[in-house]
Design a protein around this ligand. Structure first.
Ligand SMILES: *Cc1c(COP(=O)(O)O)cnc(C)c1O
Length: 354
């Protein structure tokens, strides 16, 4: 397929001051459409609203998927992508779960590289900042019938984002949710399906109202095993080992999660992927066996946990500070992403020539 490029005639002013997350969007976006059984009309075009009929399928039945990855620029002006192929492979997996046709991974990767290079000036280079990349596919049939759509729009938008915490990662407080669940086996929890996030909002609001930052999710069936935190994967350091819930059909297979596992193994740190009972975690915090907890995801990379609320009681982890392995993972992964640390894994793709 050919990629058409339509340059914007009205370039926006770049934001000044705090970037926050997902507040500003660049001048261009990638778009292609699906109809008559194929993707077509791939183009990089000026960033603009879509005009969609009120009957459009995605508005009613949430047939929509998305991805999230980042481009990093260092002070020397080098631009890097971190394992971007993994995101498009996962996009196709998510699509398969809710009957969205797959995209050509090589083609969209190539289009993404072109788009990011076109928007190079928008990529911030301060410590902790990046250009967040949001690919999405939405169903666009104009009918209220409940069935897999025959028409879709795929688009990629870009947003310069600030450091998650201005002074490096700050430990967060978690509320262990025992009423609502995020995902159940056989559902859509291990795919980046838009509806999952609507389903998680109420518990998130409840946690914030109670003074915590994020929800720690338990399994849907027994409310016994830890699954994720907010929209991140979760790691525990128990007896010096890095322990993370195994992927079992309701946990999102994070690219950051996989990277932390590979990174720790290469550092000689034992890693266990298994069921993690909440009881083991709480008992471990009390006895001093569980010394660190952290979340992993593209947005924050590593988010240390300082406090966990379970059954109405607060438990402070690792003195409420970021622990040693959390810091090792943070420095290792962000170092590779930005080029500060040599990439011995082949994860990073440098897309600029400077
Ligand atoms: C995206 C996401 C993650 C993290 O995945 P990354 O690929 O590391 O960004 C974890 N859990 C949920 C529910 C997610 O949506």
């Amino acid at each position: 397929m050919e990629l058409k490029i339509i340059e914007s005639a009205n370039k926006k002013a770049k934001p000044s001051g705090a970037l926050g997350f997902g507040k500003y969007f660049t001048d261009h976006m990638f778009v292609m459409e699906y109809s008559d059984g194929k993707w077509h009309d791939a183009r990089i075009q000026p960033y603009a609203p879509f005009s969609l009929d009120p009957s459009t399928a995605v508005f009613h039945y949430a047939q929509a998927i998305f991805e999230g990855t980042k481009a990093y620029k260092n002070k020397a002006g080098e631009v890097r992508l971190f394992r971007p192929r993994d995101n498009f492979l996962r996009l196709n997996d998510s699509g398969d779960r809710i009957c969205i046709p797959p995209v050509d991974v090589d083609f969209v990767l190539d289009s993404l590289r072109k788009l990011v290079l076109m928007e190079k000036e928008w990529i911030p280079s301060d410590e902790g900042t990046a250009l967040y990349i949001r690919p999405s596919i939405i169903a666009t049939d104009n009918t209220l019938g409940v069935h897999a759509a025959r028409n879709y729009i795929f688009f990629i938008i870009l947003s310069p984002v600030g450091a998650y915490d201005a002074h490096g990662p700050e430990p967060v407080g978690l509320y262990v949710e025992q009423e609502y669940v995020r995902a159940s086996k056989g559902g859509t929890g291990h795919h980046k399906v838009a509806g999952n996030y609507a389903a998680s909002l109420k518990a998130g609001e409840k946690a914030v109202k109670m003074g915590y930052d994020q929800v720690m999710w338990l399994d849907a069936k027994e409310h016994k095993y830890v699954e994720e935190v907010g929209s991140m994967n979760i790691f525990f350091v128990i007896d010096g080992k890095a322990v993370t819930p195994m992927l079992g059909g309701s946990i999102l297979p994070g690219v950051t999660r996989r990277s932390v596992i590979e990174f720790f193994k290469s550092e000689g740190i034992p890693v266990e992927e298994r069921l993690v009972p909440i009881k083991e975690v709480i008992d471990g915090i009390v006895s001093g066996k569980c010394t660190e907890i952290f979340g992993t995801g593209t947005a924050a990379v590593i988010s240390p946990v300082g406090k966990v609320c379970y059954g109405g009681k607060d438990y402070v982890v690792g003195g409420g500070k970021m622990g040693k392995l959390s810091k090792l993972a943070y420095d290792g992964i962000t170092g590779i992403q930005t080029g500060r640390v040599p990439d011995r894994f082949g994860w990073v793709e440098k897309i600029s020539e400077e």
